[in-house]
Every structure is written in structure tokens, then in C-alpha cells.
Design a protein around this ligand. Structure first.
Ligand code: CA
Length: 506
């Protein structure tokens, strides 16, 4: 049982108070789910990956990436090449996916913001929509952000009919960004979760449809993985740098070619994890860290493969929709920064794959926001949902019966744009920043008015900022119309600084 520490008491009390302060409009539980529908409703296997960017084989984000299982699944279903996270951090991205609300509607922009399942227990999560429709709902691993590590009770407890016991997490030390080979394939957290899910649910015949959620830990740091995954790659010095790293000679921002056309707010965004870049590049370890990340991607892909094989060999293979998604991407030294926490392509572009009954297989360049998972999955399965869910419904598109449901994806991030510590945020509008991604361009509109514009038709790594060019004035004005006019202020004040610090890197 979870020890009741002072820290937990602080968090629970503070979040309850903050939740009450959110106001009736944000908190009210809308009318939901009429009677469950009959017929042979499909199962859903919902695979959530932590921190995986576009370095999969099928997306081509890095030439040596090793993801044979994801590549195979993408070939069997719809691999979405233009899928983007709604926020570049776990808590905000997952709250948006699981509750079907954009960050600028909830105020959950960062990990320092509220824990939505706890403060809004009556809201109907994606999982609960399936439960209310008569589904068996189960999970293992990390699905929600807050609580996944400390709490043995399930997050969002009203949503699960059959939660699986949580495996013991490995303690890999305090230093956040490390890599090393350690352990065996069968003992990794993700592999144990995959086998548990196969044994308990994917391979079993059930008397009702299931919604089974498998939340992977990798490739989130720390990058500690069995040697076998490192062995898939050459010696670090024989590997290419990340394709988006324009200037690998100059790790200092003052001389870096890619940073020089960023506005001051863009430099502030890069500075959030600039110290990681100076440290990693400074000790000549850049490519070794690339290899560590690739090894952990390979580990995640292997565990997903075991789960998919278990599903394929069992009685549920032909009636299960498989959806794979990552909560957000990852930077590896592009624009002198590491980790997520930015609104550039590498931190927002994610793998999203749909496969199974009703899904017409093909590669797609349609735009997709991870917030769209709620409407799309409930529609594909014929499950009722609340009438106030955000996002687009891609079900008809996935079936091949309609055109793309989107012409832009908006993402958000919050940081102290003009303060000494970019990791801090205030409730001021100037600290809220947005990205608008269309098929051809990305606009970043910072809260202080600074702008970046990139043309992805000729500049896939966002090297050349066009925002100040006169010829782009109309385009910038048009894209600015997509930025939320009255975004919710950050839902801050819910966590003690101790917990906020402990959560910062997740
Ligand atoms: Ca640049």
C-alpha cells in the first residue's frame, strides 16, 4: 500500500483546493453515454508510448532507427505521418488525450499544472466512456502521468473494471540523462507489462469487449536498456548526428548557425535544456546519447511486438482495433536543446498508428492531433461520448470514406518567456505559447508577440525562420487566426515545490 507521506498529504490537499477553484464550467460532468449498443463491438488495444519522437523506421526521422514491429503495424493499418502532440510534456499531453480537452481549455499546459483525474473525478475519461458502454477496461504501465510512479491504486479509478497489478519499477538512480547497457530482455518493465497484458487479457476469450491500455516506459529516460538493444547499432562515432542538427560544430548558442535567426522567445525556449546540450556536446558524447535513445526505442518496439504477437495468436485478433501513440516527441541537440519542452517539429511530431477492423490500410499524410484520439476511438467502436469533447473525429477518414478531418494542428507550451528561469511560468498571457502546424508550414506564436515561421515543403528541420519576411505577411496573419484567443490561464498552485521538482523530468 502507498505510504501516506507528508508530501502526499500536501499534494492531495492542495489539488483539492485548486480543483474547487477551477469553477463550475470547467468541472461539471456533462451528460454522457446512453444505453450501451448491442452487436459485436470491437475490442480496443490502446498502446501509449512515453517520449518517442519520429525516429521510427516507417516515419524516417533517423536513418538507423530499429522499430520492426511498429513498421509492420504501420504497414497493416494507417500510419499517420503528420500526427502531433497537443503539448510537449507528459501531464499536459496525456490529460488532453484521456479527457478529450485541449490544454488551453483546461489550463493543464505543463507538469506543474493540475492532475486532471484527481481534481475532476466526475469527468468522463476516454476509458470511462468505454466502461460506461459495457466494456471491460484494463491497463498496465504508465497511462496517466501523475501518480503512475508512487501510487499503487489506479489513476482515474472510476474508469477501470479490471486494472492489472503494477510491476515493480526499477530504480536507476537520480541523474536524469544517463545511458548504459544493463539487465535482460525478459526483465525490462515494458516486457513484463506486455507479457502480463497478453496473459491476462489479449490471449483470453471474454464475455464482453475490452479496452486494454498498455503504457510503455521507454524510450523515456533513463536510457538503461539490455545490451541486446545497443547491439543493433554501430559504434557511436560511426553514426550520423540527428538529421535536424544544422551546426554540430558549435554547441554554444552564440555561434550556432540554426539559433541565429530565432527571436528572443525562441532562444528562451531553447535555453530550458541548453545546459544538457552544453554538457553532452561538451564531453563529446552527443552520438553516444543518440545511441542510448535508439536502444530504448528498440526496447519499446520489442515489447510492443510481444504484445501484438500475443494478440495475433489469440481469439481476439480479428476483432481488435489497435492504436499506438506517443505522448510527445524528443529533441537530441537540434537548436542546442534536449528533451521535450519545445514547440518545434521534433518535440511535437509523434508516431500514431491505427489498425484493425474497419481501418483501411495505407500511409497517410493527413494532419492529426493526439487530442483526436478520444472522438476517433469512440466513433470507430460505436461508443457514446460526452458532447463537449475537443478534437476532430477521423473515424470516417480511417475507414476510407471521407477526406482528412483537419487542416491544422494547434499545440501549446508554457514557460517564463522573459524571466531568469524559463522553467517557471506565471499566469500571465505572455507565458503561453502556441504552434500552428498546417500541411506545409509551422508558425510559432509566443506570448510576448515573437514569431517563427517555417516552410516544411523545403525546410523539414525548421532551419530558416521566415516570420519577418514581407512576402509571408499574409500567411502569418492567416495562421495567427488559429491561435486560441482566450486560452485558460495555467492551472497552477496545485503541487508543493518538492513534488513539482520530482515530476519535472517526466
Ligand atoms: Ca534557424
Amino acid at each position: 500500500m502507498e505510504p501516506l507521506t507528508r508530501r502526499r498529504l500536501l499534494v492531495n490537499g492542495a489539488e483539492a483546493a485548486a480543483g474547487a477553484a477551477l469553477g463550475a464550467a470547467a468541472m461539471a460532468a456533462p451528460a454522457v453515454a446512453r444505453a450501451p449498443k448491442g452487436g459485436d463491438r470491437p475490442n480496443v488495444f490502446f498502446v501509449a508510448i512515453d517520449d518517442m519522437n519520429d525516429w521510427t523506421g516507417w516515419q524516417g526521422g533517423y536513418p538507423l532507427a530499429s522499430t520492426p514491429n511498429l513498421d509492420r503495424l504501420a504497414g497493416q493499418g494507417v500510419g499517420l505521418h503528420r500526427a502531433y502532440a497537443d503539448a510537449p510534456v507528459c501531464q499536459a499531453a496525456r490529460a488532453a488525450v484521456l479527457f478529450g480537452r485541449y490544454p488551453w481549455r483546461t489550463g493543464i499546459y505543463t507538469n506543474a499544472c493540475l492532475n486532471w483525474p484527481r481534481v475532476a473525478p466526475d469527468r468522463v475519461s476516454l476509458v470511462r466512456a468505454f466502461k460506461d458502454a459495457g466494456y471491460l477496461t484494463t491497463y498496465t504501465g504508465k497511462i496517466h502521468h501523475m501518480d503512475w510512479r508512487w501510487n499503487t491504486a489506479p489513476n482515474d479509478p472510476a474508469s477501470w473494471t479490471d486494472p492489472l497489478p503494477r510491476p515493480q519499477w526499477a530504480d536507476t538512480g537520480k541523474e536524469p540523462l544517463i545511458w548504459r547497457a544493463e539487465g535482460t530482455r525478459e526483465k525490462t518493465e515494458d516486457m513484463r507489462c506486455a507479457r502480463l497484458m497478453v496473459e491476462k487479457h489479449l490471449s483470453k476469450r471474454h464475455d464482453r469487449p475490452f479496452f486494454a491500455a498498455f503504457g510503455l516506459r521507454k524510450p523515456h529516460p533513463k536510457w538503461v536498456a539490455p545490451q541486446t538493444y545497443f547491439d543493433r547499432f554501430p559504434q557511436a562515432d560511426e553514426m550520423p548526428y540527428p538529421l535536424g542538427a544544422l551546426d554540430t560544430l558549435h554547441s554554444a548558442m552564440a555561434r550556432n548557425e540554426d539559433v541565429k535567426d530565432l527571436p528572443e522567445a525562441g532562444r528562451a525556449m531553447a535555453r530550458q535544456r541548453y545546459s544538457d546540450h552544453l554538457d553532452i556536446a561538451g564531453k563529446g558524447a552527443w552520438k553516444a546519447y543518440v545511441k542510448g535513445y535508439l536502444a530504448c526505442i528498440a526496447e519499446a518496439d520489442d515489447a510492443i511486438g510481444v504484445a501484438l504477437d500475443g494478440l495475433a495468436k489469440g481469439p481476439n485478433a480479428s476483432n481488435t482495433i489497435v492504436v499506438v501513440w506517443s505522448d510527445h516527441g524528443w529533441q537530441l541537440g537540434e537548436k542546442c536543446t534536449w528533451q521535450k519542452f519545445t514547440l518545434w517539429e521534433r518535440a511535437l511530431r509523434v508516431p500514431v498508428i491505427f489498425a484493425g477492423p474497419g481501418v483501411k490500410p495505407r500511409a497517410s499524410r493527413a494532419l492529426f492531433s493526439t487530442t483526436d484520439l478520444y472522438k476517433t476511438l469512440t466513433s470507430l467502436a460505436g461508443v457514446d461520448r460526452p458532447d463537449d469533447i475537443d478534437g476532430a473525429d477521423h473515424a470516417a477518414f480511417l475507414k476510407g470514406k471521407a477526406k482528412s478531418a483537419r487542416d491544422a494542428v494547434v499545440s501549446s507550451w508554457a514557460f517564463d518567456v522573459d524571466g531568469d528561469d524559463p522553467a517557471k511560468i506565471s499566469k500571465a498571457r505572455r507565458d503561453l505559447h502556441f504552434s500552428v502546424r498546417t500541411e506545409s508550414h509551422r508558425l510559432i506564436a509566443y506570448g510576448n508577440g515573437d514569431l517563427e515561421l517555417y516552410d516544411h515543403r523545403v525546410d523539414p528541420y525548421e532551419w530558416t525562420n521566415l516570420a519577418e519576411r514581407k512576402s509571408e505577411r499574409d500567411r502569418v496573419a492567416k495562421m495567427l487566426e488559429r491561435v486560441p484567443k482566450t486560452p485558460a490561464p495555467p492551472a497552477l498552485g496545485a503541487k508543493s515545490s518538492e513534488v513539482a521538482a520530482a515530476d519535472d523530468d517526466d
